[in-house]
Design a protein around this ligand. Structure first.
Ligand code: NDP
Ligand code: ZN
Length: 183
């Protein structure tokens, strides 16, 4: 519902207020969850309020002090459960977390798969246009390869978003083949 959506937007903005993305422009963090919603609605045709709320909230557990209980209280069990599906276990080493995302993607709910697709689309776009500071070409390429492996596990979820993802992968191939130059 629209009221949950606006509440989720305000909640995520507040929770992420002191965070920035890793790019050189130190973009406000909230731009990223908003970018996911933009991709879901305007590129994927996704109009499920539960999915759009989960997209706004997808990084609050992982990256802020927010608890699952808070999400249940504010947004109900369904949205909280989708966000929990999208949350990596920070107690695990990074390599293990990355492996788990690949392994667990096929068993995720339809709603979580949609958010995962949008998250990978947005992060790959950022890597091509607004990358984390200090990332060299092999690191960017590694992230593309890992994203490809995660998305392989969610195919059959939304053909429009999967096409958008494939176009970015192709743009990545061109970018990497030119040694990190656009065009
Ligand atoms: P991450 O892979 O976690 O960093 C990428 C994440 O940062 C994204 O998933 C995204 O997560 C977030 N992010 C923030 N700003 C941006 C942006 N501008 N563009 C794209 N993503 C952004 O990096 P870590 O530092 O945590 O390292 C994880 C892995 O990287 C390690 O397991 C290791 O394998 C590898 N690594 C490789 C190195 C190398 O030189 N090759 C060196 C060090 C690590 P979200 O959507 O959640 O915000
Ligand atoms: Zn994200």
């Amino acid at each position: 519902m629209i009221n949950h959506f606006i509440l989720a937007l305000a909640f995520a903005a507040e929770k992420h207020q002191h965070q920035r993305r890793k790019d050189a422009k130190i973009t406000p963090y909230i731009n990223h969850p908003i970018a996911l919603v933009n991709v879901l609605v305007n590129e994927g045709g996704v109009l499920s309020w539960d999915v759009l709320c989960a997209a706004l909230l997808h990084d609050v557990i992982e990256d802020t002090e927010t608890t699952e209980k808070e999400l249940v209280e504010h947004f109900g069990k369904k949205i909280a459960a989708i966000v929990m599906e999208l949350t990596d276990d920070k107690a695990l080493p990074k390599e293990e977390r990355k492996l788990r995302q690949v392994q667990h993607a096929p068993a995720a709910s339809h709603e979580a798969k949609l958010v995962k697709l949008a998250d990978k689309i947005c992060n790959l776009r950022d890597i091509l246009t607004n990358p984390p500071s200090g990332w060299d070409l092999p690191r960017k390429q590694e992230y593309f390869a890992w994203s490809y492996a995660v998305v392989a596990g969610v195919r059959g979820t939304n053909s429009k978003l999967e096409k958008v993802f494939d176009v970015i992968m192709q743009e990545g191939q061109v970018y990497f083949s030119k040694g990190g130059v656009h065009g």
